[in-house]
Design a protein around this ligand. Structure first.
Ligand SMILES: [Zn+2]
Length: 646
């Protein structure tokens, strides 16, 4: 998964619903049970644009007590966010006999029942009802919206039940799906056969089914990206025009495959499918799978250069996860099924290293120019600098509490909360590790060598079926030591485990570049403003404003903070005129000529007030500037490695 965009801040306020249970008085079944054969899941996805999935599930079972569970801990989401409040059902039958169930009193995802004597099959019917609101709650107990009038993302975890205490690698499920008429589709599932009731795929483990999201759409196009095993890009958009992928961008995606394989070594998939939706109706996001990834960007990503730049590291990030996250996985995340809790303390490796490598691969493949790559790092660092929570909360605490951070409100983000800093902060720490290896080895080795050792194993054979090799901190440290002897344990302890650790600036400095705020326009600052649809004045007046005037966050110690602005104030006016992005930028330009008082009119819950901000700093946007006399390692890091022929 990737870090959430700022503009999602407002979408994330989460109400946890209480669920009233109807006590049926059934005995609680706790015995482990498993399936006696292959389960069949039939999904009618024709009404997904309305937010309705209809499911018929056939489970081969033995008579006796049985507990069925609905997936709770979702791989890649790192949180117990299975959309249980969307589950309408199940209604259970064995033959013609209705089977009663009773929900567990503690675990809301578990249903206890008794399979009658002589029965060998249990039928479950249910619907999954997703909110049609684009600003529905996300990552909580209901699913984010995943369908529009023209496309849909089918996540199989939403449509399955399975016996409690199972190992999902050992359960076999066969899926069949009816799609809206005329829509095309793509998925990493294989063996598709068209039948009267839709598309039927070959049976797989439940693990692989849940790991093989299906993308379908009316406006749909597929592109070959080369590679061995082969990689394809499938794009579904809300309009035909949005599918116009520029030839040079397609070439950059083809280079991404070559650069990733040059960096990581053998692939751990039999084929790989990028699933990419371009829509403004679904929250931008990315979710990794072993043999595919589920990528979601704004509709104009291929058409608008700023949005394209801002989204450039999405596919490199999710593709990297096939190696770092899926094949190699922290032991605490390599769980047996979707009910066992995940332990997320090593997300600074899972997500942080991936975030760094995603940026590096975006640069090596040409998706970002070297200047854009530097600008992206400057933007990430400047964002971290505005946050103050590191004074009480270590990076490790942010990783352990990831399940809270993904769903917390974004209001007051810059004050004493931490965000999912195991993305950007860890990425800059991995840059520091990279520059350290390069310096200590006299330029002979780099983090690329760590990646080849750590991510590039050949268990199962290159191109073989997906396998998982769990790791712990000890292996991270020992592999780094094998590449370049150093006290890596202390290196990470100081940076990850300590509250109040220094800002992650050292990697930038060692790479030959110093972060600075200047009045010059910064390419990625502008790109993210366009992508997030906001005006980002965090580094000058000290707040940012969404396109409807809502102040999303106020930076402690900034002029906006001193003037008493707060999250969710609504900006009405600037210096006696209706507020606009241009008015705010004019004010900043004017302040270059001397100290300025800016008068803002803000609306808080219907109460208008006027506030004066005193400012003399001009526009301030984040850049990297060369540290004179030092080696330019960043340019070396961004240099392509794959041969031109691929
Ligand atoms: Zn990720």
């Amino acid at each position: 998964m990737r870090a959430l965009a700022r503009r999602l801040a407002r979408l994330l306020e989460l109400g946890v619903l209480g669920i009233a249970l109807a006590a049926l008085g059934l005995p609680s079944a706790t015995a482990a049970a498993t399936l006696t054969g292959t389960a069949h899941v039939q999904v009618d996805a024709r009404e997904m644009p309305r937010g309705i999935l209809k499911v018929h599930l056939q489970l081969p079972v033995r008579p006796g007590p049985l507990t069925l569970v609905y997936p709770k801990w979702l791989p890649g989401r790192h949180s117990p966010s299975g959309p249980i409040t969307d589950l309408a059902g199940p209604v259970l039958h064995s033959g013609t006999e209705r089977i009663a169930w009773r929900r567990d009193d503690v675990d809301m995802y578990a249903f206890h029942l008794e399979v009658p004597a002589g029965a060998s099959m249990l039928d479950a019917d249910f619907e999954v009802l997703t909110s049609p609101r684009p600003d529905g709650a996300v990552y909580g107990l209901e699913a984010p919206r995943t369908a529009t009038e023209s496309l849909a993302i089918l996540e199989w975890h939403q449509v399955v039940l399975y016996p409690a205490d199972s190992n999902t690698d050992e359960l076999q499920y066969q899926a069949e799906v009816r799609l809206p008429a005329g829509w095309k589709y793509a998925t990493a599932l294989r063996g598709a056969q068209e039948g009267p009731h839709g598309v039927r795929f070959e049976a797989t483990s439940l693990t692989t089914l849940v790991d093989s999201t299906l993308l379908t759409g009316r406006y749909f196009e597929s592109f070959e990206l080369g590679g061995s095993p082969p990689v394809r890009l499938h794009v579904a958009a809300d309009g035909a025009g949005a599918l116009h992928l520029a030839p040079e961008t397609l070439e950059h995606y083809r280079r991404l495959v070559a650069e990733a394989q040059a960096l990581y070594g053998p692939a751990h998939y039999r084929h790989y499918d990028f699933l990419y939706v371009l829509t403004d109706q679904i929250m931008p996001d990315g979710l990794e799978h072993h043999e595919s990834s589920d990528n979601r960007s704004p509709q104009r990503t291929f058409l608008d250069d700023d949005v394209r730049r801002a989204e450039a590291n999405l596919l490199p990030h999710e593709y990297t996860h096939s190696w770092n996250g899926k094949y190699r996985r922290p032991a605490g995340l390599a769980t047996r099924n979707y009910q066992d809790p995940m332990r997320t303390e090593l997300l600074w490796v899972y997500e942080g290293l991936t975030e760094y490598l995603g940026d590096v691969l975006a640069a090596r493949s040409g998706l970002l120019t070297p200047e854009e790559f530097r600008s992206e790092l400057a933007h990430d660092f400047a964002g971290l600098k505005t946050h103050s929570a590191r004074s009480w909360r270590s990076l490790e605490d942010a990783t352990i509490a990831a399940q809270l951070l993904y769903v917390q409100p974004r209001d007051w983000a810059a004050r004493l909360r931490r965000q999912e800093d195991f993305y950007h902060e860890s990425a800059l720490l991995w840059l520091e590790a990279d520059t350290l290896i390069r310096r200590l080895s006299g330029g002979r080795r780099s983090l690329d060598d760590f990646c080849a050792r750590f991510l590039g194993g050949t268990d199962g054979g290159p191109g073989g079926a997906p396998t998982v090799r769990p790791y712990d901190l000890e292996e991270v440290v020992s592999t780094l030591n094998a590449v370049q002897p150093y006290d890596w344990r202390k290196f990470w302890e100081e940076r990850v485990q300590r509250a109040g650790a220094e800002l992650p600036e050292a990697g930038l400095i060692q790479s030959g570049w110093r972060p600075e705020l200047t009045a010059q326009p910064a390419v990625m600052h502008r790109a993210h403003e366009a992508d997030d649809r906001d005006t980002d004045l965090r580094f000058s007046l000290g707040f940012y404003v969404s396109d409807d005037g809502t102040i999303e966050d106020v930076i402690p110690g900034s002029p906006g903070d001193a003037a008493g602005l707060g999250s969710l104030d609504r900006l009405i006016g600037v210096n006696g005129r209706r507020w606009s992005r241009d008015e705010l930028h004019d004010v900043l330009e004017g302040s270059l000529r001397g100290a300025t008082t800016v008068t803002l009119v803000a609306d808080k819950n219907g109460v208008y007030r006027s506030v004066d901000l005193h400012y003399d700093g001009g526009p301030r946007e984040p850049h990297l500037v060369r540290v004179e006399g030092s080696a330019d390692l960043l340019t070396l890091i961004a240099r392509p490695r794959a041969s031109a022929a691929h």
